[in-house]
Design a protein around this ligand. Structure first.
Ligand SMILES: Cc1ncc(COP(=O)(O)O)c(C=O)c1O
Length: 431
């Protein structure tokens, strides 16, 4: 050793000096390159990405066809005056309308929070109400209206949220709030409370069909239909946020298809750009017309930008052509069977849940009492990273201890098996 700090040490010194911390600690891995299901550091250390980046890269990293589209589009038509339309934008809107014919009107934005913001604003304008209800385990984004509808984390310390922000508990099959009471009774009870608190200005309910950050909570069959009825009875619009569930991940193109319930507003983000910043708000002709007549304004720098839109068109083409929704079902079955094998082997795994390739593994201190054990889950995550697997633990709030597993839909069975093998070792090393 000559006493010269290593490149890694220097990197972290610079990072500590300059990087603003926004959500806990940074992961102790410096990515230099990513391809398919793997991320590498500069020294060539390979890590299997079991979270598709930030739950977005459903086609794996740097999919060659996406790379080609970005290269071509940025050289042809990159960014425009916001009111100026272009072919890739209308192409994407048309494709989305083909997929959800009852919601043929689309605006394209960049992030999930931003798109939820727009959807909530449309709901307020069109209903004339301003009260918004969501789940107590929800995550819809970090900006004003989206943050006001996010109850999973981040509410403390910033002063008042939007007035009229209400939450109801999401149904939880592994940890029901009250033993022996079914979700219909809970839903009735929750809405009775909403009605008591409401000033008569309910505008919308915003929901994830599978709550991801909330701990991979799948809504029971029939729940979404019942929720839509509750909305209709009160003149509220139903907004479905399919940031993570859209584009095939749960086995259908959109998770709402599983329940046969179409929302009034559908919000797509994360998976639509497969890792690039692209989001969409979709709605019906009648809602769009009313919003327009009432002067709907959501004028942003990157609204309907051609470059990300071209990426979205290609993402849809690949998901359909390569039957990736069906692949999410079959690969999801394989992954789930493997995780259930781990549960059979390791006492600290209390539950496996989710749909398609959006799965959760919950760690517990005691299987009988289901007491959560976020320490073991944190240690498993850290050990897995050392062994070459990036999986994500929901660390904050009441769902601590749930590992989210959402590999690319293009992952191979061998890659899934490698991830399972590493998890097995990482869990086994905790004994
Ligand atoms: C369901 C859901 N909606 C919205 C968002 C916010 O998206 P973004 O971070 O792109 O603003 C997230 C982010 O994790 C999410 O999981």
């Amino acid at each position: 050793m000559d006493g010269t700090p290593s490149t890694d040490t220097i990197f972290w010194q610079r990072a500590r000096r300059h990087m603003l911390r926004f959500g806990g600690e940074f992961v102790p891995f410096v990515a230099a390159r990513a391809q398919g299901s793997f991320v590498w550091d500069a020294a060539g250390r390979r890590v299997l990405d079991f979270t598709s980046g930030q739950m977005s890269a459903i086609l794996g990293h740097s999919h060659p066809e996406i790379v080609a589209v970005v290269r071509e589009q940025i050289a042809t038509l990159d960014h425009l005056f916001s009111s100026m339309l272009s072919a890739p934008v209308v192409d994407l809107a048309e494709h989305l309308a083909r997929l959800v014919p009852s919601l043929p009107k689309t605006m394209l934005l960049s992030t999930g929070g931003e798109a939820n913001e727009a959807a909530i604003k449309i709901a307020k304008l069109v209903t004339g109400g301003w009260e918004v209800v969501s789940f107590a385990q929800s995550w819809h984004g970090m900006t004003g209206g989206a943050a006001a509808a996010t109850f999973k984390a981040g509410r403390r310390g910033y002063g008042p949220q939007a007035a009229g922000s209400f939450a109801i508990p999401a149904p939880h099959s592994y940890r029901p709030r009250f033993g022996g009471i079914d979700w219909k009774v809970e839903l009735d009870d929750a809405f009775e409370l909403v009605d008591r608190q409401s000033t008569g200005n309910l505008a919308a309910f915003i929901a994830e069909p599978v709550l991801s950050s909330g701990g991979i909570l799948e809504l029971p069959k029939g729940y979404l239909a019942a929720l839509k009825t509750k909305c209709q009875e009160r003149g509220m619009l139903l907004i479905l946020d399919e940031a993570q569930t859209g584009l095939g991940r749960t086995g259908t193109m959109f998770a709402f298809e599983h329940d046969g319930v179409t929302p009034d507003l559908l919000v797509l983000s994360k998976t639509l750009g497969a890792g690039l910043p692209l989001a969409a708000v979709m709605t019906s002709v009648a809602i769009e017309q009313k919003a327009y007549e009432r002067g709907f304004l959501f004028y942003t720098t990157h609204v309907n930008d051609p470059l990300p839109a071209a990426v979205g068109v290609k993402v849809i083409e690949i998901v359909e052509r390569d039957h990736l929704a069906a692949r999410a079902t079959s690969l999801g079955k394989h992954l789930r069977a493997g995780l259930e094998g781990l549960m059979a082997k390791h006492e600290c795994v209390g539950d496996i849940r989710g749909r398609g390739l959006l799965l959760g593994m919950e760690f517990v201190a005691d299987r009988k009492t289901k007491q959560p054990d976020s320490q073991i889950s944190d240690r498993v995550t850290d050990r897995a990273l050392e062994l070459g697997l990036s999986a994500n633990i929901v660390r904050a709030g009441s769902s601590g201890g749930v590992m989210r597993i959402a590999p690319a839909l293009t992952a191979t069975e061998a890659e899934i098996d490698l991830g399972l093998e590493i998890l097995d070792r990482a869990i086994g090393d905790q004994r």
